[in-house]
Design a protein around this ligand. Structure first.
Ligand SMILES: *Cc1c(COP(=O)(O)O)cnc(C)c1O
Length: 374
């Protein structure tokens, strides 16, 4: 053992951050409990598998993985530029959208500045921000009894922005709550923010929102030079394992992010799969419909069992068990169902449950009914 305390040598911001806790992998539970037929409803993955077009394209590229990927991501950016009616120089590709969130923090924050985000925000924001040594201002969320339970309090977030604020992070819909903002209030918020403050709208789950509740902030890019919208192929496109996401912004901000990203941050199977998946509208539609069906089933289960939940336009539901949720989590594990504890988000009585197939939701319904009866 070394006598050196490496922890104390780490950058001060890094010492303070709380590591990300991922969902439990299926194989780990198999090893631990020796059971089979496990379903994972813990990481908001697509229960239908990957986009078939995306998968085929990734497989076709495997014979060329001796070559570096196209570091400019030319073809994928071209497809995305068309999809979003922007120019390629407005796009920054990332190793998952997590990568572009980190690039935003690295590109714009120093210890003199701060970033604003909400209580119950996505765990990656504090990690990305604190690693830079910047300060963070976490704004209390709305209460359970409000019109948007556990949702962002935009008025309070606006009030938290000061002369040293460089970044604001908002996931819409938000993870882990599933809460969402309507287009008018979000538009008004962005309009109220000074131009030197960059507003990042993380739309990882946008594809799951019904049309009448869907807020696509990318349509405001030409209106707000300080707006950055992030998207991912990890959720509705089913490509989480390949790691590819992107930011849309004005070209000046994209230029900063492209300066600091690794030259080959997106691998070649990921580039090919994402490009093919952009056009896989059938798969996207099936993902949406399956999610709507499963969401209705899980809400029905909650109503029947008297459990409250946060209304969600994402592919998961935050369910409140009204008591320590860990025993429920453990019993679900023994039933072969992995959900996500959210005590690390300050929600010890809740579990975040990903919407699976109707068969998954039926199994969950039976397991929860059993657990809560006994
Ligand atoms: C899942 C998720 C992402 C996507 O992460 P990737 O790195 O693209 O896999 C981004 N933001 C939020 C809020 C998420 O829940």
């Amino acid at each position: 053992m070394s006598m050196c305390d490496y922890f104390s040598l780490a950058a001060p911001g890094v010492q303070q951050l709380k590591p990300y806790i991922p969902g439990k992998p299926i194989e780990e539970l198999e090893r631990e409990l020796g059971i089979e037929n496990i379903i994972k409803l813990a990481s908001n993955e697509n229960p239908l598998g990957p986009s078939p077009h995306g998968r085929q394209a990734a497989e076709a590229v495997l014979q060329d993985i001796n070559l570096y990927p196209d570091g400019s991501g030319f073809q994928l950016k071209k497809a995305l530029a068309e999809k979003h009616a922007v120019t390629s120089d407005q796009i920054t590709l990332g190793n998952g959208s997590n990568d572009v969130l980190v690039l935003l923090a690295e590109g714009f924050l120093t210890p003199e500045f701060n970033a604003v985000y909400s209580q119950y925000c996505f765990a990656v924001y504090p990690i990305a921000v604190q690693a830079t040594g910047a300060r963070h201002k976490q704004v209390p969320a709305q209460g359970w009894g409000s019109a948007s339970p556990l949702g962002h309090d935009l008025k309070a977030m606006r009030a938290a922005i000061d002369a040293r604020t460089r970044l604001v992070f908002i996931a819409n819909p938000n993870n882990p709550t599933g809460s969402y903002l309507n287009a008018d209030s979000l538009h008004d918020f962005i309009a109220s923010v000074p131009e030197q403050v960059i507003v990042v709208i993380d739309e990882a789950y946008l594809e799951y929102a019904p049309q009448d509740k869907r807020c696509d902030a990318s349509q405001w890019l030409s209106e707000f030079p300080n707006l950055v919208v992030t998207r991912t192929f990890s959720k509705a496109y089913g490509l989480a394992g390949l790691r590819v996401g992107y930011a849309l912004s004005n070209p000046d901000i994209a230029n900063i992010l492209n300066r600091i990203r690794q030259p080959f941050n997106v691998n070649s199977p990921a580039l090919a799969a994402a490009q093919a998946a952009v056009g896989d509208v059938d798969f996207l539609q099936r993902s949406y419909e399956t999610n709507q069906q499963g969401m209705a089933m899980l809400q029905e289960t909650c109503h029947r069992l008297g459990l409250r939940y946060v209304p969600s336009t994402a592919n998961f539901l935050l369910v409140d068990f009204g008591r320590d949720a860990m025993p429920v989590f453990d019993r679900l594990l023994h039933a072969g169902i992995i959900t996500r504890p959210v005590a690390n988000y300050g929600l010890p009585e809740c579990l975040r449950i990903t919407i699976g197939t109707p068969q998954h939701m039926q199994r969950l319904d039976h397991a929860l009914t059993d657990i809560l009866a006994g």
